[in-house]
Design a protein around this ligand. Structure first.
Ligand code: SF4
Length: 368
């Protein structure tokens, strides 16, 4: 079990010659290049940056919904909020350490490099829950090669330090959207509270993962505003989600973001943050449909494998096949151990609480 103490945050490797982040001004212009030849030129540029900085490797991330529902926060996209009981998300207390570690092992066999323990609620702070999470992280480090991550809400430095000492490598907290749009998304906590958690995790030596959800009604310029904030925070990994409107939430009827807008935003994120790992997470299937493979053209070097928190994703075979179909390979974990054999194992009992069948893609495709 690696005992870790506070260490300086990881520093990004120098960028290859000729690669430099674009300015916010250029990003605000390019993000409107969401169709036709302009989009293709933008994708070609983003792809070239991805290949120059990150090579031909792509990382897969798996998650477990380790504690679901009954959340006192009111994030308008989230079916787990107690404010939106009609959304009908599953509700259950924190899984056991054994159950969490078993799901990490299943994710590893499906090709996951990183595995995140995700809980609902403002933050995890109860002693018995923290002890369970410490034990879970210890089991994952001892029994698997995946890099453990956790998304436990607005954690504070003492709890973050405790889990870091237990061997947790990554901490995830999404900003969700731009500061200027956040009041339309959530009223029960503030943007600055989120920044405090992210900065605290970074200062404790975590590889910090922070991104957001696109397509909640924000403008393209607000997508750039979000990326500017993330860039200033110096995060290691940027998960980009596209809204999959959940029935029963205030965002159930939000107009779909087009596939072209999704790809243009991704490409702009890549050009703004060449060194960051950019993952496409939730909403890939419903918003991109048969264009999912183009996330790699748009500069993504990671994506999700397995189910989402409360909805089903594609099978591991489909995801690994999509990566290989683009001439890319899976990036192994930094732990030096990995039970992934090269062929994605069938998903059995992994995040089985995601009960809904995949929904058809909406309004596709309009690229080209
Ligand atoms: S804090 Fe997390 S679980 Fe709670 S409503 Fe917001 S997104 Fe959902």
């Amino acid at each position: 079990m690696p005992a870790t103490t506070a260490v300086p945050p990881p520093t990004a490797a120098p960028l290859p010659a000729g690669i430099a982040p674009i300015t916010g001004e250029e990003a605000r212009r390019l993000i409107h290049h969401a169709a036709g030849a302009e989009l293709e030129a933008l994708l070609a540029r983003a792809r070239a940056v991805r290949e120059a900085v990150h090579g031909r490797e792509v990382a897969l991330c798996g998650i477990v919904n380790a504690k679901s529902g009954h959340c006192p926060e009111d994030c308008g996209f989230c079916s787990q909020s107690a404010h939106f009981p009609e959304a009908g998300a599953p509700a259950f207390p924190l899984l056991s350490a054994r159950a969490i570690a078993d799901q990490a092992r299943t994710a590893e066999r499906a090709g996951a490099r990183e595995f995140s323990i995700v809980t609902s609620g403002t933050r995890v702070s109860r002693e018995e829950e923290l002890a369970t999470l410490e034990e879970a992280v210890g089991l994952i480090r001892a029994e698997t090669g995946v890099e453990p991550c956790a998304s436990l809400g607005l954690l504070r430095p003492p709890e973050l330090a405790r889990l870091r000492r237990a061997g947790l490598m990554h901490y995830h907290h999404n900003l969700e959207t731009a500061r200027s749009f956040f009041p339309k998304v959530c009223s029960t906590h503030g943007y600055d509270e989120q920044l405090e958690t992210i900065r605290a995790a970074r200062d404790l030596g975590y590889q910090v993962c922070s991104g957001g959800i696109l397509g909640m009604g924000e403008t393209p310029e607000q997508r750039v505003e979000l990326a500017e904030t993330i860039r200033e925070l110096g995060v290691h990994c940027v998960p980009v989600n596209f809204l999959n409107p959940r029935p029963g939430t205030p965002m159930a009827g939000v107009k779909a973001i087009t596939p072209g807008e999704c790809l243009a935003a991704l490409a702009v994120f890549r050009l703004m943050m060449p060194a960051a790992h950019i993952f496409v997470m939730g909403g890939r299937e419903v918003n991109l449909g048969e264009l999912q493979h183009r996330i790699f053209d748009a500069g993504a070097d990671g994506t999700m494998v397995g189910n989402y928190l409360t909805s089903a994703g594609g099978t591991p075979e489909q995801v690994v096949g999509m990566v290989r179909g683009q001439g890319l390979e899976l990036r192994p974990p930094s732990t030096g151990r990995w039970s992934f054999t090269g062929a994605a194992a069938p998903e059995t009992g992994w995040n089985e609480r995601a009960v809904e069948a995949p929904r058809p893609a909406r309004g596709l495709p309009v690229v080209g």
